[in-house]
Design a protein around this ligand. Structure first.
Ligand code: FES
Length: 161
């Protein structure tokens, strides 16, 4: 998070945290919540170890709601498993993971976990005053795959007004 803030450039571009109306104590380990922050759909996760993470809610693959996905520890990473096609996304970085099967590996050896790179936008989440969860949207200008579904959803909402 600090690297992103530093790379964003000017001091005017600090992320702004907003109260999302959820008490931190109500988000139990292994659970997630969907919230809207400005026009962005965000999923907040609490890992089984208790850490908080926030990602774009709509999966970078085909827009599935990630807050409905299971949280699992895979290869030492806390990940969400997309409920539609079971893509694996790291909660801390937004990387998409896949399991590489080596046909020449010794029988019974586990598949290697490989990264496709960052696909899902990660936002900032913290516990603010009064135990309220606060989210700040990513200020990174780097385009990511999950931006597509954010834009499609926001445009759809705009047309319904
Ligand atoms: Fe998430 Fe397909 S929509 S894996």
């Amino acid at each position: 998070q600090n690297a992103e803030i530093a790379s964003a450039g000017t001091a005017n571009e600090q992320p702004t945290f907003v109260d999302v109306g959820i008490a931190a104590r109500d988000l139990l380990p292994g659970r997630s919540k969907h919230v809207q922050v400005q026009d962005r759909q965000v999923a907040i996760f609490r890992t089984h170890a208790g850490a908080l993470h926030a990602l774009d809610h709509l999966c970078y693959h085909m827009g599935s709601p990630l807050a409905s996905g299971d949280i699992e520890d895979i290869g030492g990473h806390a990940c969400v498993i997309c409920p539609w096609h079971k893509y694996v996304i790291a909660l801390d970085t937004g990387e998409g993971f896949y399991k590489k099967i080596d046909p020449y590996a010794a029988k019974g050896s586990p598949p290697e976990l490989c990264s496709k790179g960052v696909r899902q936008r990660v936002h900032h989440v913290r516990v603010g005053k009064g135990d309220k969860l606060e989210v700040a949207l990513s200020i990174s200008k780097e385009p990511l795959a999950s931006d597509h579904y954010h834009q499609a959803f926001a445009q759809g909402m705009e047309r319904m007004k």
